[in-house]
Design a protein. Sequence first.
Length: 174
Amino acid sequence: MVTVSTGELAVVGMGMVAPGVCGPADALAPAGAAAPGWFEAEVALPGRGYRRLPDACKYLLAASRLAVGDAGGRFARTEREHRGAAVAINNTGAALLEAMDRTIMREGAAQMSPSSSPFIAMSSFASRLSMEHDITGFNLSVNSPVTAGLEALQIAARAVAAGRARAVLVGAVE
């Protein structure tokens, strides 16, 4: 058995997207009700190619942009083959999968949306994140109840310690 130390991992940027949360300082505040229109995708994700993505993917991409921006260019200065991605998901796609199942049962698979169909595989969230940030190193989805976010951080630390990546973009989506 080979033991790999996780070494130290420095978090150099944070990005959060949640109703009523404007940044890390608000994360521990009591959760309020989500007001209609709390997330404006056109503002958070300007440009083309985002309109038909599932909401959870939009939140992940918006938060990742904030985190990469908060890192002050560190991620962008890392060669793309030395960048990694670890995305933690628990029940992220449950509503989307349920809607797809209903469409298949009622109308047939031919009626599924071409833009959301790839998200039948939960790894599509991490794949889209990697495309967004030009990550060609490792790309991993972690799916486990309650602890997926912590596991994604541990995987990032192990990947850096093992030399598989110099920078890892870690996201947790719910």
